[in-house]
Design a protein around this ligand. Structure first.
Ligand SMILES: Nc1ncnc2c1ncn2[C@@H]1O[C@H](COP(=O)(O)OP(=O)(O)OP(=O)(O)O)[C@@H](O)[C@H]1O
Ligand SMILES: [Mg+2]
Length: 257
């Protein structure tokens, strides 16, 4: 499913948070949004997800949804948002509760995503018994259980240590190669954006406007190959130079390797 985003302005009271955001996320594409703290990234994701109504603008979608889709757009949160008193499988299945599925269908969907995210041995574990990477795999499994057409992720890997983040990026890529799910996601990490996205959208300081859209044309599965290293390094430098001024004023919060 393709997303067509046209947010002319979004105000919180008198504060202009976003302006002139016109962007298309193609079906099966992965678009990363980067920009300094407070530039409106989460606001944009909230608008796309329908949690917020833009002051002036419209988000529409085009195309088909997967078979058995219960919800076309789903979120993966930065802090995993798991309920501590529920097991992994309960944390995933409760989002199906208000859909009228048979118990068998509900259990089958939960078992499928648990297997897909490699959590089979932990289905009955509680969140406190899991590592950060596993918790986020539960967060992703919970988003996938409704068979969405679009995944919206707000800094999904930023609460993880660097090594776990690396593994999660690989897990996400494996998933994405299998499912080709349209993805719009926010990150502070340029390196991560360059590994996952096929387009990186750079937002300016508040009010967030599109400063640049940088395409990354190398297939995701091949980006670790040595022959592409110089090319990717140039792209990272280009992105870094685009956001450097914004980053300096935003307390150097961008990671740049
Ligand atoms: N509910 C709200 N009410 C009023 N102002 C808000 C609200 N949510 C966000 N803002 C303001 O809007 C601006 C954009 O916030 P937003 O959370 O979208 O930024 P962000 O780019 O996601 O930041 P960060 O990188 O820190 O997560 C900020 O100045 C913020 O203070
Ligand atoms: Mg945010």
């Amino acid at each position: 499913m393709e997303l067509i985003i046209d947010v002319r302005n979004h105000f919180y009271g008198t504060l202009l948070a976003l302006s002139g955001i016109q962007l298309t996320v193609s079906s099966g594409g992965v678009v990363a949004i980067i920009g300094p703290s407070g530039c409106g990234k989460s606001t944009l994701l909230g608008i796309v997800g329908g949690l917020l109504k833009p002051t002036d603008g419209l988000v529409s979608s085009r195309g088909t949804v997967p078979d058995g889709c219960l919800n076309p757009l789903t979120y993966v949160f930065q802090d995993f948002s798991l309920l501590p008193w529920m097991t992994v499988s309960q944390n995933i299945s409760f989002v199906l509760d208000h859909h009228s599925l048979s118990t068998v269908e509900q259990q089958r969907r939960v078992a499928d995503v648990i297997k897909q995210m490699d959590l089979s041995d932990f289905a009955h574990a509680f969140p406190r018994q899991l590592s950060g990477g596993m918790r986020q795999r539960v967060g992703i499994a919970r988003a996938l259980v409704v068979r969405p057409a679009v995944l919206l992720m707000d800094e999904p890997f930023s609460a993880l240590d660097a090594q776990t983040r690396d593994l999660m990026i690989q897990d996400f890529l494996d998933l994405w190669v299998r499912e080709r799910i349209t993805t719009l996601y926010v990150t502070h990490n340029i390196d991560e954006a360059v590994r996952l996205a096929d387009q990186v959208v750079v937002l300016s300081r508040r009010p967030g406007r599109i400063k640049a859209v940088v395409p990354i044309e190398i297939p995701q599965q091949r980006r670790q190959e040595i022959e592409f290293a110089p090319n990717l390094s140039r792209l990272r430098d280009e992105l870094w130079s685009l956001i450097r001024d914004e980053a300096i004023t935003a307390n150097r919060e961008f990671a740049h390797d």
